[in-house]
Design a protein around this ligand. Structure first.
Ligand SMILES: Nc1nc2c(ncn2[C@@H]2O[C@H](COP(=O)(O)OP(=O)(O)OP(=O)(O)O)[C@@H](O)[C@H]2O)c(=O)[nH]1
Ligand SMILES: [Mg+2]
Length: 298
């Protein structure tokens, strides 16, 4: 019998290239939130996939980007840190031509790491296949990638092949996490992220990436199969607060409804969700507010 394999696979890349979508597709479960807006993911999120003979531990990371706020800096340092102990590094890019210099920062961060580098070209559902060859050629000049794999994280094309290849590169090791565990994130965190996702999706045009969500209370009532959740959405300005609430509270209602539905599926319980919106001026620049809102520097 082949020996058991287990190891860490970090997904790195610029904002919005589809890292979280790939993470979820690889896991076969929605753990990370996804939106059309860049800089959606702010934390390192761990997800575990058990297959016959192997355990793959994936790390989803914030996009590596230029940004002026302290929040931006913390996000980038979280992403770079997540590459440090990985056995395989998935450098994810989009199958749309872009100035390749923009990828320098990510490549530079990868060069210091011991993990085997893969180039994964995502969103191939959006382009004709022959467009990929010149791109591959460009990237090969940038870094000696061990494998180059075109995929669509959205349709799943190429993702099984990617998973098979990953297993080949994992070290021989017993499982690193218990078999029943799928993530290291708490239910509170996952629930707060779902709310942030609905804000990003439903106030996409109006609210830039300056919302944070804190779960104030999470009370289970097992006899009723119910969870009562109270959460606060922080925004930076009063104008944003007004937009989020909407006319007659309509927007907030729609956000709450969408978040609640998904929570119920995920928690397999009924959910009573109460949302508040609070202005916290310049929280994305304030070290103490960042710590309090869940974006510490570690
Ligand atoms: N057409 C297409 N769209 C995709 C694919 N993968 C992801 N997307 C879309 O790209 C957008 C960004 O996806 P995310 O998974 O949030 O990207 P990310 O890299 O995690 O972004 P950040 O967390 O902001 O760094 C979303 O609108 C996805 O639906 C794909 O294979 N094809
Ligand atoms: Mg993401």
């Amino acid at each position: 019998m082949a020996p058991f394999k287990a190891g860490f696979v970090s997904i790195l890349g610029r904002s919005n290239v589809g890292k979280s979508t790939l993470f979820n597709t690889l896991l076969g479960d929605k753990i990370a939130i996804v939106s059309q807006k860049p800089q959606t993911t702010r934390n390192r999120i761990l997800g575990i996939k058990n297959v016959e003979g192997a355990q793959l531990v994936f790390l989803d990371t914030p996009g590596i980007h230029e940004g002026r706020s302290r929040l931006n800096q913390r996000m980038v340092s979280v992403a770079i840190g997540a590459g440090q102990d990985a056995d395989v590094l998935l450098f994810l890019v989009e199958a749309v031509p872009r100035p390749i210099e923009d990828d320098r920062k990510v490549i530079d961060s990868m060069e210091k790491n011991r993990g085997v580098p893969f180039l994964v070209i995502n969103k191939i559902d959006l382009v004709r296949k022959e467009k990929l060859l010149p791109m591959i050629d460009q990237y090969q000049h940038l870094h000696p990638f061990q494998e180059i794999i075109p995929i669509s994280a959205l349709t799943g094309e190429g993702v099984d092949r990617l998973a098979d290849l990953l297993i080949q590169y994992l070290p021989e090791s017993p499982p690193l996490f218990p078999e029943e565990m799928i993530t290291d994130q708490t239910e509170r965190f996952l629930v707060s992220e779902l709310i942030r996702e609905k804000v990003l999706q439903q106030a996409y045009q109006e609210i830039p990436s300056s919302t944070a969500v804190v779960i104030e209370s999470f009370k289970e009532q097992p006899e009723k199969n119910l969870v009562v959740i109270r959460a606060t959405i922080f925004v930076e300005r009063d104008s944003q607060r007004k937009i989020l609430i909407g006319k007659g509270g309509q927007k907030m209602k729609a956000i709450g409804e969408a978040a609640r539905k998904e929570m119920e599926t995920f928690l397999e319980k009924r959910v009573f969700l109460e949302l508040w919106v609070t202005v916290e001026k310049n929280w994305t620049q304030d070290v103490r507010a960042l710590d309090r809102l869940g974006y510490s520097s570690q």
